[in-house]
Design a binder for this molecule. Structure first.
Ligand SMILES: C[S@@+](CC[C@H](N)C(=O)[O-])C[C@H]1O[C@@H](n2cnc3c(N)ncnc32)[C@H](O)[C@@H]1O
Length: 295
């Protein structure tokens, strides 16, 4: 097993395999030797738990996770990295590398098959082009994950962990807070990666909630309202909801009045409870979108 943390050996492995970085696959590999142990340390992984990693790259984080977990399953899309991972992680018996796409793979089945009887965490330096999609998939499917610890771009970290009511808050912030309690754990400079991206990064952690903080009759209606409210950032929430849900302004205004919300409020001023109250009031008037199923 080569000493992975040295930049020289990382470059050497990659050049021996003729590997070139793919920007399209978000390939910025960690070369700062302190980041992976720190991430693995805060990930919540224990000797009796399992961990899923998205995009192991050449396996620097995987190796740290394998020292602390009972089992690691690392899902990598780029088949060019499979022989590299065979070289770097081949000797580790508690690591399984799966060739697949995190957005398509059957994660529920994988967890049942690979981690029977274990608590499971997810820890990854995410490919940034699919940050929100990956996080929303993990949360919406209600996978039995204890926590999700991921490296994301600094701006994404701020947005995903923003408190409701702040300027950075968006529809994805509400969704993340509905399913989890998020926090920024530590910042990571752009120079910690090869190649160095243009922006800094941060590790965030989502502690998955057992129960959402508000009760909603229909999650579909709730998230349609959230998306519609935040879709017109410079408009009042009444105007955004009316326009994006195709409802008369009077209907939306009445829902605001009924919930005791000022008609001038913007989406970022609304609390989770207020968004839930609006969804409950507007739900009977909202036609269902094609192909969407009630939960
Ligand atoms: C930011 S790099 C992280 C690599 C490594 N974990 C590290 O920290 O050095 C993202 C990794 O995700 C992989 N990847 C990109 N899209 C993916 C997808 N849809 N499913 C699984 N892996 C993917 C890339 O090939 C790359 O290995």
């Amino acid at each position: 097993m080569p000493q992975l943390w040295k930049i020289g050996s990382i470059k050497d492995i990659l050049s021996r395999h003729g590997f070139t970085f793919s920007k399209a696959l978000g390939q910025n590999f960690l070369i700062n030797p302190t980041v992976c142990p720190r991430m693995a340390e805060v990930s919540g992984v224990t000797p009796d738990s399992g961990v899923i990693e998205v995009g192991p790259g050449i396996g620097v984080l995987t190796a740290e996770l394998s020292k602390r977990a009972r089992k690691v399953v690392a899902i990598e899309l780029d088949d060019r990295l499979l022989p590299v991972l065979e070289e770097t992680l081949g000797g580790r018996e508690n690591v399984t590398v799966v060739h697949g796409d995190i957005l398509k793979i059957d994660l529920k089945g994988l967890i049942e098959r690979e981690f029977a009887g274990m608590g499971v965490c997810l820890c990854a330096n995410l490919p940034y082009y699919i940050t929100s999609q990956v996080i929303m998939r993990l949360l919406e499917e209600r996978l039995p994950l204890r926590s999700i610890t991921v490296m994301v771009q600094k701006e994404a970290a701020t947005r995903l962990c923003a408190p409701l009511g702040s300027r950075e808050c968006g529809a994805v912030t509400v969704a993340v807070r509905y399913f989890s309690e998020p926090r920024v754990v530590f910042g990571v400079s752009a120079g910690s990666f090869l190649p160095a991206p243009k922006v800094d990064s941060a590790v965030i952690q989502l502690a998955v909630r057992e129960r959402p903080p508000v009760e909603v009759e229909s999650e579909r209606a709730f998230f349609r309202v959230v998306k519609a409210a935040f879709a017109g950032r410079r408009k009042t929430a009444v105007n955004s909801l009316s326009m994006n849900l195709g409802l008369p302004k009077e209907t939306v205004s009445a829902a605001f009045e009924g919930a005791g919300i000022a008609p001038t409020a913007r989406a970022e001023n609304l609390s989770m409870e207020q968004l839930a109250a609006l969804a409950a009031a507007l739900f009977p008037q909202m036609g269902s979108s094609q192909g969407e199923k009630e939960r």
